[in-house]
Design a protein around this ligand. Structure first.
Ligand code: DGY
Length: 320
């Protein structure tokens, strides 16, 4: 029997590409160059499925122009705001993502950002590498500790809850803001804030874990930043679009926000040059889910979703 054609838009871990090649006639992107919409459409000719990535823009016009043969798109990410789900639905194309398997890795990265920003790890690393470090001093690079402090989690989904679980190991007091309150079991003692104002006022450390997209665009704006306690620390391992960069940069300059740790950027890979000029920001290149085991698991889950959808089943990781 002929294997279905699968377009894989980015280079994936070797084990994932091997499985893709075993189960499909796989069109791999061995150069790992992000495809333009025109290239993606061209390479999708005759494909039954697409294993896409957050770097692909699968907007309405692109989805409308996909060949009739395409029946399912799986994105190698939990976030799927880069896919116009209404347009996919209109075309009868199933969409899958990769939830759960990346929650721990992404939460670890958020904790890393919080610690690195609060304890000034970026500045310390740059000092040592510069060759200008002259040894220990009682007043060098003093930061703020995180233990016992109030952590505000915006978006208490799977990743947010994992961050809360880890932060409890630092005896942090967990506060969260989301559309709806969690069950007492999922809340695990965290304090729910229906209103952003009380949530932000409580957030000595603020970690963003809401999805991207129009509804959360620039959620952390100047007005909301002003509600944070002076000297707050901000971490973002979710989506760059959640933050109004101009407002955060102004707050980092004024000291209202003491430090920030960012893994994602509005318009990435472009990074607002305002951040690059600041010492009190730790900048990482979207490493949230970047562990070997996690990226393998993401790829396998995406392939499972594609196989299930093609076999007429409704995969658990189907979002449309
Ligand atoms: C996701 O899964 O949405 C991440 O941002 C990619 O690691």
């Amino acid at each position: 029997m002929e294997k279905p054609v699968l377009l894989v838009t980015r280079r994936l871990p070797a084990a994932v590409e091997a499985r893709a090649a075993r189960d499909f006639t796989a069109r791999l992107n061995l150069e790992d160059r992000p495809l333009t919409a025109a290239e993606l459409l061209q390479q999708a000719a005759g494909a039954t499925a697409i294993l896409a990535a957050p770097t692909d823009r699968l907007d309405g016009p692109t989805l409308a122009a996909l060949p009739e043969s395409v029946r399912v798109i799986a994105t190698f990410s939990v976030g799927f705001e880069h896919i116009d789900c209404d347009a996919a639905k209109a075309r009868g194309i199933a969409v899958c993502n990769t939830p759960d398997v990346l929650s721990v890795a992404t939460a670890e990265l958020a904790i890393l950002l919080i610690l690195a920003a609060a304890r000034r790890a970026g500045e310390g690393e740059r000092l040592v590498r510069s060759g200008w470090w002259r040894g220990w001093t009682p007043t060098q690079l003093l930061g703020t500790g995180v233990s016992g402090r109030r952590l505000g989690i915006f978006g208490m989904g799977r990743i947010g809850r994992e961050v809360a679980r880890m932060a409890r190991g630092f005896a942090m007091e967990i506060h969260y803001h989301d559309i709806a309150r969690l069950s007492p079991e999922q809340e695990a003692g965290a304090t729910f804030h229906a209103a952003a104002a009380s949530f932000l006022a409580a957030s000595e450390i603020l970690s963003l874990h809401a999805p991207g997209g129009a509804a959360t665009r620039h959620w952390l704006n100047a007005a909301r930043i002003a509600m944070l306690p002076r000297g707050a620390v901000v971490a973002n391992a979710a989506r760059g679009t959640l933050v109004d960069d101009t407002a955060l940069i102004a707050a980092l300059r004024s000291g209202h926000v003491a430090a920030a740790g960012l893994d994602v950027y509005d318009g990435e890979p472009a990074v607002n040059p305002g951040y690059l000029a600041l010492e009190n920001v730790v900048l990482l290149p979207h490493l949230g889910s970047a562990t070997v085991a996690t990226r393998d698991a993401m790829g396998f889950l995406a392939l499972d979703g594609i196989a299930a959808a093609l076999n007429g089943k409704s995969p658990a990781n189907r979002v449309v």
